[in-house]
Design a protein around this ligand. Sequence first.
Ligand code: COA
Length: 392
Amino acid sequence: MTETVGIDRMGFYTPDMYLEMTDLALARGEDPAKYHVGIGQDKQAVIPPTQDVVTMAANAAAQILTPADKAAVKMVLFGTESGIDNSKATAVYLAHLLDLPADTRAVEIKQACYGATAGLQLAADYVRARPTAKVLVIGADIARYGLHTAGEVTQGGGAVAMLVTAQPRMLALEPVSAYHTADVMDFWRPLGRTEALVDGRYSTNVYLDFFKTVWTAYQAQTQRTIADFAALTFHIPFTKMGLKALRQVLPEATPDQQVRLQAAFEASQLDNRNVGNLYTGSLYLSILSLLRHGHLQAGDRIGCYSYGSGAEGEFYSAIVQPTFRQGFDDERLTALLANRHAVSVAEYEALFTQRLDLSGRDVQLPIGEVSAQYYLAGRHQQQRLYRQRAVD
Ligand code: COA
């Protein structure tokens, strides 16, 4: 019998503060409708200096791992483009913080926003070959473009953690996928820079071109059409970008199918609209948002378009499992987003510059108000000081 392999559980973490996009628009002399409608973002996660990609990943993964899972995790694949070291993998710090067994393979994967998808596909292949193994896949990033830049409205941050297993509770990955690589300079971050270099409009065009390419290749491989999909999900650095991709293929659907796909898209962008850009985690927050807010049923096929600037694109599909609602803690995720507090533009600007700088000097961060289970307390002798709070 061929094993079903896919996403068994998903966890999500984003810090407890955000910036209202109306406030940012007014401070930057823009019409708020440009941000809410033209870009399609309502709130943006603000990342305090006490959180980095390792702590956010730990806060997301801790939600989903039982002691039995920890014993069975044989690999940690950490997709990120905002890593904290040029040599040592974030996955190693994470495995230690989560107290995973030493016989775990732990590596970081980098290809802009595509890293988590590479992790997911490698994990699925690994589990197909070893059905009792479990793999922890992470997509965690802090999206920074810089104050007063055009990309500022498309910032954000957070982490998605996925447990990949045989007989998954949530989504069975179908083995066919179509991918495409080309050397494109649409977005990159040279060594030593904390903000990316980006040509946003060019990047959007490449993203749309790649989508057309992999969508067409997937259809040719599978003989499927848009009618075979209950939903299409996208990498959404800002929600308008996903909407543009959807609009490219909607004419292939009948009017009834178009209504269904548009409703599914609405559900799939709700959480992203209130968190902002997650880079590697964006597609996976969108899938989680669809499962939380959409009207999916067991057996539905969802299409997933992943894109990482530079550039790599992939289209794959997954089948919704009857037990999919057991794979995430809906109440907890709703509370996580609802219990955040708004910061002013002045507070956001101060926090933006307070993160650990590249100087390497010793730093003690203010940790009095930290609410997260895992956090960063500072840096000593070039080493980050990770801490864990006891939780109920
Ligand atoms: N009301 C409603 N919509 C408005 C508006 C208003 N008052 N003013 C402008 N808009 C719309 C524009 O028509 C445009 O929509 P369109 O793209 O459908 O044509 C949208 O808002 C953005 O306007 P634009 O003038 O292009 O904005 P910008 O020059 O400030 O740049 C980005 C927008 C997205 C290019 C910029 O934020 C960016 O570079 N972001 C980073 C991109 C990225 O993440 N790249 C990596 C992707 S993987």
